[in-house]
Design a protein around this ligand. Structure first.
Ligand code: PLP
Length: 419
């Protein structure tokens, strides 16, 4: 069979929607400066879907430093991989400051979070080692685990007694193979907003010999007394052997880092293939990240403002009877019952008539009879924004319950999105 023809006949759970869409549900274009109100299809919408948690994306000092660094250095500098010709004192300064901030001995920059953590996982284990990971881990962890040639054991999301069972299996397997054990979880899970049960996992280190890698993409800058993340929040930062975060969320930038003990980070410097065989992060990203980190540390009021909005929207939604799951972080899922057609009509109504833009999570990430809207509050939102959104949600919930969205029909969705 022709390879590309085969792909056309099975384009995957998301790809199957590509013929009916017109940048409405998939690849929408949010235009204008990054802010709570942006332009979608020519109209101003209240936006709840950007991970600009503490509002750094458009912070005047950040914009100024980004622009100045681009003027001073351009995007080319430095050329080559860090190990060969792409190192600078700024890259090293950022690593030192990140390590210090997350209370680890050392840190290494990664060009992107996704490929970075995949490659870190690859550099940590060989075929004798055993990986044990949470079933709801982000795709980048799953892909990192997929590269592993040895045994992989998965535990149901945040299920510590099952994790312990897997650790007992892993210890048995590692005795046979002569390898070690790596446990991987997240600080804050980006869909549910649940924190990983880091305290309980760290406590298991008393009984089992494993190292813990935590992806804290959504916890860095949002959780903990100083913003150092979910480990700080739970008082177990020391028990995390390798702490990872991307710059793509609270830092509103590009890049990522992995932090831990000096020796293991040095091992990673010489073995992380996505860094060794790739060009170093361009200077504006590095200098821009130094500025963002400085603001993240020196302006705790941004995090306090974020949490004011988080508390406003989460308690408001709960009071009105919405199911927001078990979130413990700014990530706010709104879980409704309904099929994909009702979900499409509901989002259409929300975007077109209520001028509210939030992301919708669809099957296969959630079951077929669940519509999950996902709200990401930021420090830039106001309590008026919160009120407006809760009223809109009350209105759409009534329409969902009285069958309006099932009656509207798929053809209406097709008509509107192709306009
Ligand atoms: C939990 C988690 N890990 C890693 C990544 C990937 O980071 P990046 O966007 O820097 O590739 C993301 C998404 O950005 C994420 O949500």
């Amino acid at each position: 069979m022709d390879l590309f023809e085969k792909l056309l006949s099975d384009s995957g759970p998301l790809g199957q929607h590509r013929f009916i869409d017109n940048n409405f549900y998939m690849f929408p274009k949010l235009e204008g400066p990054i802010a709570p109100r942006m332009i979608f299809k020519g109209k101003k919408v209240l936006t709840w879907s950007l991970n600009n948690y503490i509002g750094l994306a458009n912070h005047p000092e950040v914009r100024e430093v980004d622009a100045q660094a681009s003027a001073d250095w351009g995007l080319a500098y430095p050329m080559g991989a860090r190990m060969m010709t792409g190192n600078t004192k700024y890259h090293e300064e950022l690593e030192e400051k990140l390590a210090d901030f997350v209370m680890k001995e050392d840190a290494m920059l990664l060009n992107y979070g996704y490929q970075g953590i995949m490659s870190v996982i690859d550099a940590l284990v060989d075929r004798r080692d055993i990986i044990v990971y949470d079933a709801e881990s982000h795709a980048c962890i799953v892909d990192g685990v997929r590269m592993h040639m040895g045994k992989r054991l998965v535990f149901p999301h945040n299920n510590i007694s099952n994790l312990e069972k897997q650790l007992i299996r892993a210890e048995r397997l590692s005795k046979e193979s002569g390898g070690g054990i790596l446990v991987i979880t997240e600080g804050v899970f980006g869909m549910s907003g649940n924190m990983g049960k880091l305290r309980e996992i760290v406590a298991l280190k008393e009984k089992y010999n494993f190292k813990l890698l935590v992806d804290d993409a959504h916890g860095f800058g949002t959780m903990g007394a100083t913003g150092a993340g979910a480990g700080e929040e739970q008082g177990v930062q020391d028990g995390i052997d390798l702490y990872f975060s991307t710059f793509a969320k609270a830092m509103a930038g590009i890049g990522a880092f992995i932090a831990g003990g000096k020796e293991v980070i040095d091992h990673l410097r010489y073995n992380t293939r996505s860094q060794i065989f790739a060009k170093s992060l361009p200077m504006p990203f590095v200098i821009g990240s130094l500025k963002r980190l400085e603001l993240l540390k020196s302006q705790p009021q941004l995090r306090q403002k974020l949490w004011e909005v988080v508390r406003g929207i989460q308690s408001g939604l709960r009071e009105k009877g919405f199911n927001i799951g078990t979130t413990q972080s700014p990530v706010t899922p709104v879980i409704l019952s309904g099929g994909p057609i009702e979900g499409c009509n509901l989002v259409l109504d929300l975007r077109n008539n209520f001028n509210i833009f939030c992301s919708v999570v669809v099957y296969p990430v959630v079951p077929k009879d669940v519509i999950m809207l996902r709200i990401i509050p930021t420090a830039m939102h106001t309590l008026d924004d919160v009120e407006e959104t809760i009223s809109a949600f009350e209105a759409i919930k009534i329409k969902l319950t009285d069958g309006t969205y099932s009656r509207a029909g798929w053809d209406d969705v097709k008509k509107v999105v192709s306009m």
